[in-house]
Design a protein around this ligand. Structure first.
Ligand SMILES: C[S@@+](CC[C@H](N)C(=O)[O-])C[C@H]1O[C@@H](n2cnc3c(N)ncnc32)[C@H](O)[C@@H]1O
Length: 237
């Protein structure tokens, strides 16, 4: 993410907190931006943290929720959250906690998929994501549909996080170039659907898998655009 690398190039950043780190999917990006940074990753999902810990043994991983960060005020130079905002049951609370633990004049980075201004191949990605998030919700796991770009900016405003700059990040790739990759996605959707077998939504959602396959073959499957926002904690906060 070049704009981030350029922006942080000459800044003295040591301690980074990655919220909703999961299996560490955003850590390679953070390593690129902050080659000398010490990273702490938090997530409520212990299984994912174990995988992250094996992949990145040099860093610290802790089981924790964004809404209740167990760190002192003003602890980190940078606090990031990637692809996890729509997983937080209390988004504003999570953002407020991130602001609390970042140092005064420190930085908050939000990287989040958006649901609007997408091309047809990205709409296929959204369809896949929303299918999965709907089943997660039915199974009792908090997982919203993705936010619009405007909604994300509004959330930061509501959490009183002044925005320094933002940009859109697109990956121009087709994740189902090879038909076997498409079959993996289709199988994943079928497996997820089986989790709600017996419910009335099962029959209703079943045709969506075929619809997904047709659209993916026609348009491809491109990751939805992500919005990257850099906010800064005011000295007075
Ligand atoms: C799609 S993953 C993103 C993982 C990683 N940040 C990335 O960019 O690849 C979303 C993560 O949010 C986590 N999550 C769910 N609820 C959370 C909460 N209340 N606080 C922090 N993370 C949460 C999930 O466990 C999951 O690991």
């Amino acid at each position: 993410m070049e704009p981030l690398t350029n922006f942080f190039k000459d800044r003295d950043i040591n301690d980074i907190l990655d919220v909703g780190t999961g299996k560490g999917g955003f850590i390679p990006v953070l390593q690129q931006i902050f080659p000398n940074g010490q990273i702490t990753g938090i997530d409520p999902d212990n299984q994912s943290l174990k995988i992250a810990g094996k992949e990145f043994p040099q860093y610290t991983f802790m089981e924790m929720q964004a809404e209740k960060l167990l760190f002192e005020d003003n602890s980190f130079d940078v606090v990031s959250i990637s692809m996890a905002l729509h997983h937080l049951p209390k988004v504003k609370r999570g953002l407020t906690e991130m602001k609390r633990v970042v140092k005064k004049e420190g930085w908050i980075i939000v990287n989040e998929l958006i649901s609007n201004q997408l091309n047809e191949a990205q709409e296929v990605h959204k369809m896949y994501h929303h299918f999965r998030s709907q089943i997660d919700r039915m199974k009792g796991t908090y997982h919203r549909k993705s936010f619009t770009k405007e909604a994300i900016l509004q959330l930061l405003k509501e959490a009183d996080i002044p925005i320094q700059f933002f940009f859109e990040h697109k990956k121009k790739i087709n994740l189902v170039e090879d038909e076997s990759e498409l079959e993996i996605r289709v199988r994943k959707m079928q497996e997820m659907l089986e989790l709600i077998k017996g419910r009335k939504e099962y029959e209703k959602m079943k045709p969506e898998i075929e619809k997904f396959r047709e659209k993916a073959l026609k348009y491809g499957f491109q990751p939805a655009t992500s919005l990257v926002v850099v906010g800064r904690k005011r000295d007075l906060v």
